[in-house]
Structure formats: structure tokens, C-alpha cells
Ligand binder design. Sequence first.
Ligand code: AKB
Length: 321
Amino acid sequence: MLPTVLITGANGQLGTVLVPVLRERYGHDNVIATDIRPPLAGATGRFSLLDATDEESLRQLVRGEGVTQIYHLGAILSANGELNPLHTWRVNMDSLLNVLEVSRTEGVERVFYPSSIAVFGHHADLSCTPNHSVLNPTTVYGISKAAGENWAQYYFERYGLDVRSLRYPGIIGHQSAPGGGTTDYAVEIFHSAAAGQPYSCFLQSDTTLPMIYMDDAIRATLELMEAPTASIKVRTSYNLSGCSFSPADVAEAIQKILPDFEVRYAPDFRQNIAADWPDRIDDGPARNDWGWKPAYDLDRICATMLDNLLQRAEANSEVKD
Ligand code: AKB
């Protein structure tokens, strides 16, 4: 029996790409995209305006549509979160607790909760952070994700709600724009390169962070959500790894394809956030429990991003001509 799926934050970087994939897989009528903002231009399919901090509206939608799975993607990310910490805490926690509580009481069978490398911070081994590391996050986003992971585990252990979670690294894709994160540079840099412009990077050249290509992130999400229940051994959140690189590494990889590309460095407050995040993370439990294996390294990410963005730029210039 196909699930009936509801996605919060569907207009975001991940949701924009995940929704069509879920529709392809589970049927167009079985996937309801929701967001606090109206659908993006050109978006098709079932859509409801929804603020997940409003428990009653969420409950009505879940009950009315007979929702059996929720992907709760809506959240305020690390950099934007620091602009208004208490608001970020309320949005991120209230929406999660509403999703968990509505799921428990309305018979939702499975919930996906994205966590992040932002849960790590002081006292963790940042050179290759283990799954079961100490969590001392330094941003309100990281604090909310660390608390959320524990709530996910609590709802599983106390109520048997099947909540599954991944700690995403920075996600890099050509299809959608990231919004308000510390890893956003790794998408912006490709847009500048493809536009033939220099890029001004808000992190230092040597700041290595874990990253993942969009297709790998989507595949990991589906593999986790479709894995047999018995193979899910981590009920807080799984470390998920793609590859790790610094701004200097990605600039060099782009220059192999576009030799004239230039990067300048103008670190801002996001440098302090990145400094407390891992260089790389150990995703051994994800590999062992449900067979995770990434397919994209830095060179493949570079080639795929530039290929797609250059084709788009060319198509746009033909339309203008
Ligand atoms: C951010 O930079 O805040 C996000 C994340 C790593 O969770 N991309």
C-alpha cells in the first residue's frame, strides 16, 4: 500500500527536489507539499499553505488527508538562526513537537526528521566526528537539532512512533537555492563560476566542512525511510557523509574546468559557526545498518554542477536573443 506523504518546508532547498522524487515514487496524488510561503513559480501538484507551528492546522490536514508519513523539512538554518535566536528556537522546536504529537495521535506511521552536522561543537573530535559523539552545539539551530534528535528518540522509545533522522552535511545542488545556512557558499560559488563572475567567499579558504551532492542526499533519505524497521539501530540521528572540502579545494576543482575563475575571501560571522563544525564525519553506522554509500566526490560534484548551470545559462541567453 502506497503511503500518503506530507512534506513541511517543501519550498526549501531539499524539498524542492525531494517532492517530485516522492511523487514519482508514491504517486502524484499521494504527496502533499506544504510551506509557509506560496508554491514556487512553475511548481505543480498538490500544495497547502501550512505553518507547522500551528498544531491545529497541521492536525486538520493530517486527519483530512489520511497522512501516513511526514517529512518535516521546515526549519530556520544556522546562519539565519543567529539573527533571532529565541524565534529560531520556538519555530524549530514548536514545529517538531507538533509534528511528533500530531503523528502519535493521528496514526501517522513514519516521520523523517532532518538533523545536521550543526549538532557538533565544543569537545567533539572535529577531525572525523563519530556518530555517538558528545553534542555541544554552538548555534541555536544546532541546539534545536540536538534537542530534536532526543525528542525523536523519545517518541520512538516511549510511543513506538517510527521517527528516522539523518545528520545532513552541507547540501550542494543546481536545482534549488539554499537559504540561510553556513554551507551556502558551496552552492553560491558554482553559480558565480557559471556566470563568469568572481566569487566573494564568506568563509576562510582553508575551512574544511562535510558536504554532500543533492542526488546522494535524496537517495540517502529514501534509503533510510524505506529500510526495514529492524535495521534502524540509531534513533537519535545517523551521521551522513558525502565528501569533505574547503573553499580553496572547490575553487581549485572549478579552475580545472574554468581556469579564469577567481575567488576572494571576506570571512564574516559564519566563519565562527563553521570553525566549531566537523571537518568530516564518520558515517559507519549508516553504512553498516542500512547500506549507505555516497556516489559523488568533489570532482564529480564540480563537473555535474557546472554542466547543469552552464547549460541553463546558455538556454537563458538563447531565450533573450
Ligand atoms: C547550514 O549550513 O545551516 C545547513 C546545515 C549544515 O545544516 N546547511
